[in-house]
Design a protein around this ligand. Structure first.
Ligand SMILES: Nc1nc2c(ncn2[C@@H]2O[C@H](COP(=O)(O)O[C@H]3[C@@H](O)[C@H](n4cnc5c(=O)[nH]c(N)nc54)O[C@@H]3COP(=O)(O)O)[C@@H](O)[C@H]2O)c(=O)[nH]1
Length: 768
């Protein structure tokens, strides 16, 4: 391999004469032929023509000069002709080598450059003449030069062309290329190895494309979306892993087979048709479809079907992308369900019920029928929730929903509006009277106690009924009016139903008006207190007063507390109002207690105030602020508060008692008048309701009841106050029954604050 000849550098590619031997031979032979011809012909001819030896000698000399001249001319012509021909052949070859976009070089067996083309010059940043006779080690780092050398040798040893890839950096401008290099061992005519011819082709772009295709293939393969590629006849040529995983079909079972993209059995015919039409027209289609897994299970997919076109516009493939959207569909279903159904009871919620009502109204309008809207509210549900906990409250709501659903006909709807409010919609009534049957049926079902976590609780419902078209012709109007009627049934004593009426509507409007104007009445200074004196029967002196709230509304005029206090109760306004009353009354009574240390201030406390957990601390603060003795304050509470009972009520009562605040049971005799409350709770006073006092002089039984109340109080050591004394006879009768304290219009109506001071100052006595 390493022979001496091979080591000798060959002429560079530029200027090398690869046809020189044959051209030289041709010239020599032609010259030889013509010379010999000349010699033979010219001498014979001269000898034939000239006999004179001198002339012959002269002519031969001339002929010799002529021969030299002609042969010189011939040699020049031939050399010129062949040199020109060779040069042009070389130039062509050179141009060819320099023009091809590949790198071309020739190295001897020792790795010394024998020639290279222009592109190669750029690689090493040197002229060919500077490269010749030098090796790669003179131009690139050792590692790369070793690499080149290794591959050169491999090709030479193998004695056949070898291909390898290499990355090179051009010395002229620093850019890099990936080359596919073909190294071919070069031999001379005798078959001796001269060296190695290298051709390096820039495959950077091809490589980049290959990488791109690889990445794309990997991306398709790893894509979470199912990818299917088919030919125009729907024969599958590729499916990715997501397709296999989602559909359950392994690739080998589908590739090569014809595939339908949509299952006509599971999808709407119009969708199937749409897809077929689109694809037939060479158009893309996208949308939701139902697909079937290999195991037969149906699932939702979002599909994108698109014809793939060649540059010429021919459909070469169909690309199908599909995403499993079953989970999203399921969530959508859930959301839809949540948007329309109550999570606890599974009943339709307000949105759906309003929708159904609208539908019922439309049907009823067409068929000249009635639609019934029943608004239901569970009575005392709050009590269940508060006393037994929300979990039990939830059980009660579920059971109520079950009972309501069982009480209506198949086509009727039961819904939950929220909290303990339900709605029943019943259509197709031809006469209003039938409505009562449904309402009675519902009430009947609530008569049985609810079994709530090992406790039996009686939970009734109040129903308000509005009927289309007489009570409204829109859903919202009917619902509002049914709600209004429901309040009416609550007020009428609960566990009953009430029909909506116009009068009812008016009373509700008034109620709403009052509530509206009552808001901010304190801040606007519209509320004030009057005080009604209470007289001690034995001393005949004013011993105390009852604080009574007055509201002078600029818009509504004087509104009585018996009208606005219940509204304040229901709207929650009673809390700030109640605080205002206590603060104002304590501020006024502070002066009165200075005039009479035994003076007693009575203030009405409503149930909502009593449920307010800050009542005790508020009172403590106010009593301290006004330096008013707790024992001189009396809170008038109704039996209702005690009836509701519960831990909070008991704790508040105990705390008030502890503070020394007196408790008076107001309106005694009108409610259940359960004597057990008097034993159970720390009550200090009974206030006999004015309805008994009013009648006691005309009705013996009322007199007896008053007598009984007084005796009971005496027996239990309680103070007794008779209210509503309107006549001298009534006062006399109470005196006879030895009633302790009296109060009433005959003695004094509720009066402004300044009157009380004057009364106390002049030590006003009972009118005789
Ligand atoms: N929670 C609060 N309730 C209050 C407050 N102020 C008043 N009220 C309650 O409103 C109801 C109506 O009160 P009012 O119109 O003030 O009537 C009181 C007296 O004016 C009336 N009364 C007194 N004597 C007579 C009489 O001889 N005849 C007659 N027809 N009425 C009379 O009785 C009402 C006082 O009743 P009572 O409270 O039961 O002692 C009423 O229920 C008030 O409690 C308040 O600030 N907070």
């Amino acid at each position: 391999m390493h022979d001496d000849k091979a080591k000798k550098p060959l002429a560079p590619l530029r200027g090398r004469s690869f046809s020189w031997p044959s051209a030289a031979l041709k010239i020599s032979l032609i010259y030889c032929f013509f010379s010999l011809l000349w010699i033979f012909l010219s001498d014979s001819l001269l000898e034939m023509m000239v006999s004179d030896i001198r002339i012959l000698t002269f002519l031969q000399t001339v002929k010799g000069f002529g021969f030299v001249f002609l042969s010189t001319l011939l040699i020049f012509s031939l050399t010129y002709f062949y040199t020109k021909k060779m040069h042009s052949a070389q130039t062509h070859l050179r141009t060819l080598i320099d023009t091809i976009p590949d790198l071309v070089w020739l190295k001897d067996a020792d790795g010394l450059y024998l020639g290279c083309n222009r592109k190669f010059e750029r690689l090493y940043g040197a002229r060919e003449s500077e490269i010749l006779g030098r090796s790669d080690y003179d131009f690139v780092d050792t590692e790369l030069a070793d690499f080149f050398r290794r591959h050169d040798r491999a090709a030479m040893y193998a004695d056949k062309p070898s291909i390898n890839e290499e990355q090179v950096k051009y010395a002229n401008d620093g850019h890099t290329e990936i080359l596919e290099t073909i190294k071919t061992p070069m031999k001379d005519e005798s078959g001796r190895l001269i060296g190695i011819l290298g051709v390096g082709r820039d495959i950077t772009l091809r490589k980049q494309r290959e990488t791109d295709i690889k990445v794309l293939t990997q991306a398709l393969e790893q894509s979470p979306v199912s990818v299917i590629l088919t030919d125009p006849e729907r024969r599958v040529s590729f499916v990715n892993r997501a397709f296999e995983d989602t559909s359950g079909y392994p690739a080998h079972q589908v590739v090569g087979r014809t595939m339908e993209f949509i299952d006509p059995q599971s999808n709407a015919p119009e969708i199937v048709e749409q897809i077929r039409d689109h694809l037939a027209a060479g158009k893309a289609w996208q949308g939701e479809i139902k697909s079937r897994r290999q195991n037969g299970e149906l699932y939702w997919e979002y599909a994108y079907l698109s014809p793939v076109q060649t540059e010429e516009g021919e459909v070469s493939h169909l690309l199908v992308l599909k995403e499993d959207i079953s989970l999203r569909k399921q969530q959508e279903q859930q959301l839809k369900h949540q948007a329309h159904f109550d999570a606890l009871t599974e009943l339709p919620n307000r949105v759906l019920i309003m929708d159904r009502l609208q539908q019922l109204i439309r049907d009823a309008e067409r068929n000249q029928e009635y639609v019934v809207v029943m608004f239901l509210d569970l009575d005392d549900f709050k009590k269940v929730n508060d006393s037994m906990g929300h979990d039990v409250g939830d059980l009660a709501l579920i059971e109520a929903a079950r009972r309501l659903s069982g009480a209506v006909r198949g086509g009727d709807s039961v819904g939950r509006l929220g909290g303990d409010e339900f709605i029943v919609l019943a259509g197709h009534f031809s006469q209003k009277e039938d409505v009562q049957v449904v309402a009675d049926n519902i009430l009947e079902r609530f008569r049985r106690p609810f079994d709530l976590g090992n406790r039996e609780v009686l939970l009734t419902t109040s129903i308000g009924i509005a009927i289309y078209p007489s009570d409204g012709d829109t859903q919202s109007e009917l619902l509002k009016n049914a709600d209004t009627a429901m309040y009416q049934s609550k007020e009428q004593g609960r566990n009953r139903y009430a029909f909506y009426t116009d009068a009812l509507n008016q009373s509700i409007s008034r109620r709403l008006q009052i509530e509206g104007y009552l808001r901010g009445a304190i801040e606007r200074g519209e509320l004030m207190l009057h005080y009604q004196p209470q007289y001690d029967v034995s001393s005949q002196r004013v011993t105390g007063v009852e604080a009574l709230l007055r509201w002078n509304s600029p818009e509504l005029g004087q509104v009585g507390p018996d009208e606005f206090i219940p509204i304040a109760e229901q709207s929650g306004l009673i809390l700030p109002i109640g605080r205002f009353v206590l603060q104002t009354a304590l501020a006024a009574a502070k002066r009165w207690i200075e005039l009479d240390p035994d003076f007693k201030l009575a203030v009405n406390i409503s149930p909502a105030q009593f449920r307010d957990e800050s009542l005790v601390s508020f009172l403590q603060e106010e009593l301290a602020k006004h330096q008013y003795p707790a024992s001189r304050l009396e809170l008038e509470i109704t039996e209702g508060i005690l009836m509701r009972g519960g831990t909070q009520v008991e704790e508040t009562l105990a705390a008030l008692h502890e503070m020394g605040v007196c408790l008076s049971m107001d309106d005694f005799g009108t409610g259940y008048s359960s004597l057990s409350y008097l034993r159970k709770y720390p009550v200090d006073e009974l206030k006999i309701d004015r309805s008994f006092v009013n009648e006691m002089t005309v009705d013996e039984s009322d007199r007896e009841l008053v007598n009984a109340a007084i005796s009971l109080s005496r027996g239990l050591g309680l103070r007794v106050v008779a209210e509503g004394v309107e006549t001298a006879e009534q006062l006399q009768a109470l005196k006879e029954l030895e009633c302790g304290v009296v109060q009433g219009f005959w003695l004094s109506e509720p009066v402004p604050q300044e009157h009380i001071g004057k009364m106390l100052e002049r030590q006003a006595r009972l009118p005789v």
